[in-house]
Design a protein around this ligand. Structure first.
Ligand code: ADP
Ligand code: MG
Length: 291
């Protein structure tokens, strides 16, 4: 990294800036699905921004274009003032992503997965080992299980290990794609508490995609509503409620979603539930490599 890049990143006011980002996928010849339609948003340094949207609204695509796994068709993405499309290798050092189905080498232990994850970021085993123990202890992981294959661990525990792996690389921008979807209530709480700790103790900016209203409200400074690839609102939870207030009382976030989109989030989820996006083999492979 040149000292110039270092200067740029140190002085950047925003962790993330998206301007008019569009991403489409070809369905058939000449037919396209638009996953993102002209999305613009700014995430200030140290800010936690939530993106609330039903299945198929474009959340994962948003995370993928920001994490440089996918290139947008139009628009610009700047991460700490560095062009992410032009200079993916540089911005990759400062970001890390945890997705709904975190990829692991399932036959390998959590320790091996974590050491490997750190190594991809140039962190040696000697440097990462003490941090791994510290991070695992902080998430209440029983260190005796550190050598057990990942596939023996519950999904909740695997998800916590995924967050630990991301934390290990001290990302300045953390991208969380539905980190608690499908977890049992207890694991969900644990993972949310961990995100809360990251928020409080770690100098990190977070983009959190979720379809859990409570999670968004509790963890985020601002919340965006994404519907059919369009960001139709982005404000503080209070700002959103005030904007959609009709009577004397402030509406709940559920009400806001309903008023903004014309349907409840629950209906929107079940209606659009096409099993998520079709991740290509190539993308899966990159996910494993990128960690
Ligand atoms: P979400 O994460 O909110 O469920 P996605 O970003 O996964 O939404 O998907 C947005 C839209 O783009 C959906 O219609 C989905 O089917 C489509 N899509 C996403 N990824 C691909 C892909 N790799 N190929 C084709 N279509 C895709
Ligand atoms: Mg998704």
């Amino acid at each position: 990294m040149t000292s110039n890049t270092y200067e740029t990143i140190t002085h950047a006011q925003n962790a993330l800036e998206l301007h008019d980002v569009t991403k489409r996928f070809q369905k058939k010849r000449g037919e396209y699905t638009y996953a993102l339609r002209g999305v613009s948003l700014t995430l200030k340094r140290g800010e936690v921004v939530g993106i609330l949207g039903p299945n198929g609204s474009g959340k994962s695509t948003l995370v993928r274009v920001v994490s440089t796994l996918t290139v947008p068709d139009t628009g610009s993405i700047r991460i700490f003032d560095i062009d992410a499309v032009q200079q993916p290798k540089i911005v990759q050092r400062y970001i890390n992503r945890v997705s709904v189905e975190a990829s692991f080498f399932k036959k390998m232990s959590s320790l091996e997965n974590l050491l490997f994850g750190a190594k991809l970021y140039g962190i040696t085993d000697r440097e990462s080992r003490p941090r791994i123990e510290e991070i695992l202890a902080s998430i209440g992981f029983d260190v005796k299980r550190i050598g057990e294959p990942m596939e023996h661990l519950s999904r909740g525990t695997q998800q916590k290990i995924a967050l630990a792996r991301a934390l290990l690389t001290s990302p300045m921008l953390m991208l969380l794609d539905e980190p608690t979807t499908g977890l049992d209530p207890r694991s969900k709480r644990d993972v949310q508490e961990l995100i809360w700790k990251i928020r409080a103790g770690h100098d990190s900016s977070i983009l959190l995609c979720t379809h859990d209203m409570g999670e968004a409200e509790e963890l985020c400074d601002r919340i965006g509503i994404l519907v059919d690839g369009q960001l139709i609102a982005l404000d503080t939870p209070l700002g959103l409620k005030q904007r959609y207030q009709q009577g004397d009382e402030l509406p709940s976030l559920e009400d806001v979603f309903m008023l903004a989109t014309g349907q409840s989030l629950e209906d929107a989820i079940s209606e659009k539930d096409d099993g998520g996006s079709q991740t290509t083999v190539a993308e899966r492979a990159t996910e494993l490599i990128e960690v």
